[in-house]
Design a protein around this ligand. Structure first.
Ligand code: ISC
Ligand code: MG
Length: 461
């Protein structure tokens, strides 16, 4: 990896082509510049003109957003996926010719993507475009931090490439993306919706609670699917815009692959890395919001003291504490959870801070933490075996880590909940619940109904 101060794109392309010749590889050329304030969603929408898949990540609370267009490189892995992805990412970084004079996390060489919840579960056709793990290095990437915008252009070069030709191609595409008007298309709305086997799901919840009573496990998270038919093709930029507006305490994300798009607004951070500073979150235990301030506070107070929800939550805290100890020191976790309010519901929340030990990476943490008992259960193996056997749906990327990492040891992954897979004018939405020994199927069913709301409402339900 080399860093260059002031330089032109032509020089950088030349360097990359020379490196391709020297090392007999196809390195990435990655170049970042500051640009005028640009609306990431207009940029995202403009990519339609180039017929390229898109990626999107925003952490609204931190006024931070990444919009990616196309793919200069896909880090993909099927078996030993996290380990393989790290090897492939390190090689990519080692060979890359990078020009990024900024320190800002989320600029420069960066990959965004996700992985499936359970690589051992047989993949259904629904998720055919989503590999076990895929991290995309966008061809064009807009990073917005507050009011400052950066454009990163990545291109993979071959030894017989011609810098002038590449330069012209990049210029044309850049002009299309940057010349976008701010208008987003009007979204379609929901024409019909259908819950997938709700009766059977409640039976499975009952069975899970009984298994827990018989001490086969302590907690099992069960999810279900809601299928939606839209009046027209969904406009992903409009969906993202509405998620950002309505879910301010969440990570809003979209990963488009071959036209299918996994979209959501998750409140659950799995891990955030800024060099050696690590943040994680325990989020489990749920209640509705009140209609008045007084009612809302009462519900929050009950949630904080509710034994069943505290149990759901404490499993997560315990597991995250233990897992982090493998790769971190200075692990700080408050003794008691607080309330994390969202538009449609409230959760029990415990933040975690730690320092990453030398020699470890965000890949190690993601690998160790996933799935936390907020999405899998306790013990991990028993709960996963139960889910594999008895849960009717293919979770695909739902419930798994989604996020980004850059080449300067920064990154962030969330747990992909409150989400759905959109395929043209159809969508599959997913929501789950932590089942413990005293879970009641009807109450858990109601909880999943509230968890569908963020996605349903932006789809016009
Ligand atoms: C599995 C989901 O939520 C998890 C995260 C927070 C609270 C949860 C709960 O209270 O059951 C779940 O563990 C989902 O939203 O699909
Ligand atoms: Mg719950």
């Amino acid at each position: 990896m080399i860093e260059v101060k002031e330089t032109s794109r032509h020089t950088m392309l030349d360097k990359a082509i020379n490196r391709a010749k020297e090392r007999h590889t196809s390195p990435l050329m990655s170049m970042t510049k500051k640009i005028r304030p640009t609306d990431p969603l207009a940029f995202f929408e403009a990519a339609k003109k180039l017929s390229m898949d898109r990626t999107f990540w925003s952490s609204t609370a931190e006024d931070f957003c990444i919009a990616g267009v196309g793919s200069a490189f896909d880090v993909k892995a099927e078996t030993d996926r996290v380990e393989q992805a790290e090897i492939s990412w390190k090689k990519l970084r080692h060979d890359a010719v990078i020009h990024n004079p900024y320190e800002t996390p989320g600029t420069g060489l960066l990959a965004l993507g996700g992985m499936s919840f359970d690589p051992a579960k047989r993949q259904s056709l629904l998720w055919k475009n989503f590999p076990q793990l895929a991290l995309t290095v966008p061809a064009f990437m807009l990073t917005k931090q507050g009011n400052t915008c950066y454009l990163t252009i990545n291109i993979q070069v071959q030894e017989n490439d011609h810098p002038l030709q590449l330069e012209r191609k990049l210029q044309q595409m850049e002009a299309v993306l940057m010349g976008a008007s701010g208008d987003l298309p009007k979204g379609a709305h929901i024409e019909a919706q259908q819950e997938v086997a709700p009766g059977e799901w409640k039976e499975t919840v009952k069975f899970a609670a009984e298994s827990i009573q018989q001490q086969h496990a302590e907690k099992i998270v069960l999810a279900r699917e809601l299928q939606v038919k839209l009046t027209d093709q969904a406009a992903i930029s409009a969906v993202l815009n509405k998620l950002i507006e309505t879910q301010p305490n969440s990570y809003v994300f979209a990963f488009e692959r071959n036209g299918d798009c996994f979209v959501g607004a998750s409140p659950e951070r799995l891990v955030k890395q800024e060099t050696d500073t690590i943040l994680s979150t325990c989020l489990a235990g749920t209640a509705s919001r009140g209609n008045t301030k007084k009612q809302d506070t009462e519900i929050a107070d009950n949630l904080l003291h509710d034994e069943k929800n505290r149990r759901e939550h404490d499993f997560v805290v315990k597991m995250i504490r233990q897992s982090m100890a493998h790769y971190c020191t200075d692990i700080t976790i408050p003794d008691e959870p607080v309330i994390y309010p969202l538009k449609n519901l409230q959760h029990l929340y415990t933040p975690v801070t730690a320092t990453l030990l030398d020699g470890y990476s965000i890949f190690d943490i993601v690998e160790k933490l996933h799935p936390t008992p907020a999405l899998g259960g306790v013990p991990r193996d028993e709960s996963l075996a139960f889910i594999r056997r008895h849960e009717a749906l293919d979770r695909g990327w739902y419930g798994a880590p989604v996020g980004w990492l850059d080449s300067n040891q920064n990154g962030e992954f969330a747990v992909a909940i409150r989400s759905g897979l959109i395929r043209g004018d159809q969508a599959s939405l997913f929501a789950g619940c932590g089942i413990v020994k005293d879970s009641d199927p009807e109450t858990e069913y109601d909880e999943t109904n509230i968890k569908f709301k963020p996605m349903l409402s932006v789809l016009g339900g």
